[in-house]
Design a protein around this ligand. Structure first.
Ligand code: HEM
Length: 533
């Protein structure tokens, strides 16, 4: 391998690496049913194509390679790794995965950017995500987390509207800032998360360098029957770092896959990305004292009302070998919980419990839990049949419950809490968290300026009545913020106008090749009137 150039990035030399690891062809090529391929079948021009099974296999499989992309977080990548318990948290939960310092659990993690389609840009200013599936001895625990600590809404009814407004316009097929700001001003619960996105937290410098937050307030139970309410945080051990809008734009012009590249290269070079997992804790006693709703996923918990407990480390140390098999087919479901973690109690979670399954049934099929990457370490169910994969389909075991013939039996979880908190939420929107964010979470004037510049930049293409509503909403949050955004917006608009005036738009034909247009066969026909339009 004289041509093996070690200065290539790992992503660029994957094929060379494969060849290095396999000095000879990996075997005989076969048709789909296993018959070895004769070399004369590989070229089909002027042959009896209908008798060529290789051709039929090839074309019929390539045309059906695609499955629906995820409706959100379609553009992503993933890796395997492990979670190691570093602190004793048995006081809070009896979940095996978090018990026993030094204990390691295999995980698969998927990273994505929220609203891009599969081929989209990772440099977009939007939420990034990390979903982790812990293959625990008590079943899969899935934690879905996002790169900012608050969510956009707490009424699940708007889940569809955020997907529609933040993704492509049905006519123009373009991302449309007008629809985004329109929805934000009509549903002001969005504004707090939008503020986080408009700040430096909106474009982290790659997946490795972002903190992520599972958002919901989870109920935990201890083996002594105590209940705790916690918010988990994954804190990157590399330290959070971000890209400015200008830096991101510069990178994007050359590399829309910057985050994927960075993650793959780092893992391949053994710079394993890692996060500390910790939790902010409120006891039932604390819960009664707080003057805010700790289950509201659009707001932060107030400093001084909770304490933080470290749990362990997440380390990603193995790139996946096949993205489709292990990442595209991965089905993360926040309802996949384990004993000791009864899970979130808010109303958004209740809807997630129902509809992640729905999305995965649609995307991957009803038996998605039997796809290799989703299979738990141990599983015995009464689920049978349906579209493949069916795995062993429980072979000849009894297929109904209860039965008296030794099919799988339930156990008694002695520590399971017998009370369930019922959380009621109010519809009113509190703008104080957004005010607090602008004045206190943005740590200095320089960050505030970048934040304002990012808002201004995104307002320029928005239709003026919606801009007015944005300014009004900002005014209700903080008067000086709205004045600064308004002033910046007017300057940006004037600058844009000046540029437009200086360079009048001209159309020019660059056609170099003859085309049918130049040799019309018939006069253009008027479009027939379609009564349905
Ligand atoms: C009613 C509320 C919600 C709905 C309807 C919803 C819907 C969805 C859907 C349909 C997917 C694609 C799932 C798939 O096909 O595999 C998804 C992915 C995701 N969602 Fe949500 N979501 C909701 C709330 C949340 C919340 C509160 C979080 C915060 C942690 C969240 C974080 C994520 C993440 C991290 C992914 C990516 C999973 C992956 O990488 O495969 N979602 N969501």
């Amino acid at each position: 391998f004289e041509y093996y150039n070690v200065t290539y990035q790992p992503v660029q030399r994957q094929l060379l690496d494969f060849k290095k690891n396999h000095p000879r062809p990996i075997g005989l090529w076969t048709k789909n049913a296993g018959e070895p391929v004769d070399i004369r079948d590989t070229i089909t021009i002027n042959s009896d194509q209908f008798s060529n099974q290789l051709l039929i296999d090839t074309v019929s499989t390539v045309v059906s390679e695609r499955i629906p992309e995820r409706v959100a977080t379609a553009k992503g990548t993933g890796a395997f790794g492990y979670f190691e318990v570093t602190h004793d948290v048995s006081k809070y939960t009896y979940a095996e995965v978090f018990n026993g310092v030094g204990k390691k659990t295999l995980v698969v993690a998927r990273f994505a950017t929220a609203f891009q389609n599969k081929g989209g840009s990772e440099l977009a200013r939007e939420m990034k995500t990390m979903a982790v599936k812990f293959y625990t001895e008590q079943g899969n625990l899935d934690m879905l987390s996002i790169s900012i600590p608050v969510f956009a809404f707490r009424d699940p009814m708007v889940a569809r509207d955020i997907v529609h407004a933040f993704m492509r316009n049905p006519q123009t097929n373009m991302y449309d800032l007008t629809s985004i700001y329109d929805l934000v001003t009509l549903r002001p619960s969005f504004v707090h998360s939008l503020f986080w996105i408009m700040s430096d937290y909106g474009i982290p410098d790659g997946y490795r360098k972002m903190d992520t937050f599972p958002i919901h307030t989870y109920e935990l139970s201890s083996k002594h029957g105590e209940t705790y309410y916690v918010r988990f945080n994954f804190r990157t051990e590399l330290g959070f770092s971000y890209l400015t809008t200008a830096e991101a734009a510069a990178i994007q012009s050359a590399d829309m896959d910057y985050f994927t590249r960075d993650l793959y290269n780092a893992i391949d070079s053994r710079n394993y990305p890692s996060w500390k997992l910790e939790m902010d804790v409120l006891s039932v006693h604390d819960l009664k004292k707080v003057d805010y709703n700790p289950f509201d996923i659009t707001r932060l918990w107030k400093n001084g009302t909770f304490h933080t407990v470290p749990i362990g480390r997440l380390v990603l140390n193995r790139n996946v070998e096949n993205q489709f098999r292990d990442v595209e087919q991965a089905a993360f479901n926040p309802a996949n919980l384990v004993p000791g973690i009864p899970g979130p109690v808010d109303q958004v979670f209740r809807v997630e419990r129902m509809f992640y399954k729905d999305s995965q049934n649609y995307r991957l099929g009803r038996n998605h839990d039997k796809i290799l990457v989703n299979m738990p370490l141990y599983e015995k169910t009464y689920v049978r049949d349906g579209r493949p994969p069916v795995s062993l389909n429980m072979k000849n075991a009894p297929n109904y419950y209860p039965n008296s013939f030794h099919g799988p039996v339930p156990y008694v979880d002695e520590h399971r809490p017998w009370k369930k908190l019922q959380v009621l939420q109010s519809f009113s929107v509190d703008l104080e968290p957004a005010w607090y964010f602008y004045n206190y979470i943005l740590e200095d004037e320089a960050h505030r300026l970048r934040f304002i510049a990012n808002i201004v930049l995104t307002l320029v293409p928005v239709t003026p009545p919606v801009v007015q509503r944005v300014i009004k909403l900002l005014h209700m949050i903080d008067q000086s913020l709205s004045e600064r955004v308004k002033a910046g917006y007017e300057v940006a608009l004037a600058a844009q106008q000046a540029v437009a005036n200086a360079t009048p738009f001209e159309t020019m034909s660059f056609r170099r090749v003859p085309s049918a247009e130049e040799y019309p066969l018939h006069e253009p026909q008027p479009l027939s009137m379609n009564p349905k339009i």
